[in-house]
Design a binder for this molecule. Sequence first.
Ligand code: APR
Ligand code: ZN
Length: 240
Amino acid sequence: DPNSFEYLLKQDFIFPVKVIPNEVIATTCCICCDSLQNESSYANETQKHHEQQQSWSVVFLDKCRHHFHLLCLKAMYEAGTKHGSLQCPHCKHIYGVKVGNCPAGRMVCVTIPQSLPGYEQYDTLYITYNILSGVQEPGHPNPGKKYSARGFPRCGYLPNNKKGQKVLRLLVKAWNRRLTFTIGTSVTTGESNTVVWNEIHHKTEMLNKHGHGYPDANYLDNVISELAAQGVIDDNADDD
Ligand code: APR
Ligand code: ZN
């Protein structure tokens, strides 16, 4: 079961610590804010009395070498979107493939015979997203509760040049990994339990009427960085 913590531990990026190294011993676990020399604050009574002393276990992540209580990492993983991937809560390094909790829906892209300011020699890629309201699932903020979906279909505009096409490929990847939207509170409307954009900015208008359009010479590079921060990069070997 790729959603279980046992599955996560079988990936090759979490390692148990037998003896806490000197440079780490004085640090805290950033999940529970308690010393790594103490028990995990997330340990329950059964785990505290577990003969293998699970509640004292410390693990570290392969690449960034950040240390945590095993049971803190377990609690964090189980509260998240799971799927065998993990983002270091300290430095945001992504292990495995990060998957979000965007509700099901449709993403469609067509070209339209108009150009965007700043990209006069190109026509335009027009993306639409459609998501319907529904009931929240495990991994959402309030499982079992309804969520609304306002303003759909929502759209995004990209210049139909090489870089715009690359961004489109990345946005498709992000969509397939359920990263484009999430359920939360809208900064714009204040409504909670609703579908909101999730840290991958879109140009939702051709012109800059409301500040979400073109010209914006940095937009394509900025969104490529935002996608990279979610682990979405252009890599032909990886074609999901
Ligand atoms: N177009 C593009 N991005 C927007 C817009 C917009 N009109 N409004 C806000 N954002 C960006 C914000 O800059 C922020 O980074 O979306 C992010 C999340 O903001 P929220 O207000 O929480 O998001 P949400 O409620 O999903 O969207 C607000 O975006 O597409 C429109 O119809 C949508 O009017 C709604 C607006
Ligand atoms: Zn880290």
